[in-house]
Ligand binder design. Structure first.
Ligand SMILES: Cc1cc2nc3c(=O)[nH]c(=O)nc-3n(C[C@H](O)[C@H](O)[C@H](O)COP(=O)(O)O)c2cc1C
Length: 178
């Protein structure tokens, strides 16, 4: 049966490296019969969590912006794909802002045991560039009880021109094999 997949992208570059790989992944997922809803965290109206506790981790947020809508999409989905460029060894702020807003529906999200995957791109090509980010995502997946469906960590991928071609195929295959 086809899954409903919610894709959260963080890059401000519509045609940048991470969105390029996300599009390949989506092509694969759609070819496999899944449906996709994309939420562009770089363009949505999203305010950072205030830590005010109003939501009680199970309610609506004090912010009246696009965050609650993204959460509803997520809660109706079977899977989430996180897509981000690496900014200072982590996900970028645009994506992190949305992830912090998960707080409003934390328990409901964890109870779903959703499938989850990651695509990230970095300029540098060395062992350390993705290490902290990968550890962060592993911890997040454990905490929210997400089922791992792959992490594509594309190094040496600072621009679309310099990005090694093999990553596009890898992204497509990851989506296709879900
Ligand atoms: C604020 C900022 C911080 C960055 N930090 C890193 C970094 O720590 N390591 C790295 O390899 N590349 C870093 N980069 C480069 C981006 O990760 C890289 O260019 C990426 O491919 C951009 O993805 P996009 O085209 O999807 O936006 C940084 C770029 C910006 C703008």
């Amino acid at each position: 049966m086809g899954m409903r997949i919610c894709v959260l992208t963080g890059s401000p570059h519509l045609k940048g490296t991470s969105n390029t790989l996300a599009e390949e992944w989506l092509r694969g997922a759609q070819a496999a019969g899944h449906t996709v809803e994309r939420c562009d965290c770089a363009r949505l109206n999203l305010h950072p969590c205030l830590g005010c506790g109003h939501c009680g981790m199970d309610g609506s947020c004090v912010h009246r912006d696009d965050g609650d809508g993204v959460l509803e999409t997520l809660l109706q989905a079977d899977m989430v794909l996180f897509v981000t460029p690496i900014y200072y060894f982590g996900m970028n702020a645009q994506l992190k802002t949305m992830i912090d807003r998960f707080y409003a529906r934390n328990a409901a999200l964890a109870e779903k045991h959703m499938k989850a995957a990651v695509i990230a791109t970095a300029w540098d090509d060395n062992e350390t560039v993705m290490k902290a980010f990968a550890a962060h995502m592993e911890a997040l997946f454990d905490y929210l009880q997400f089922e791992r469906c792959g992490m594509l960590l594309a190094r040496g991928a600072g621009t679309v021109e310099m990005m090694p071609q093999r990553y596009r195929q890898k992204a497509y295959d990851m989506g296709r094999r879900l």
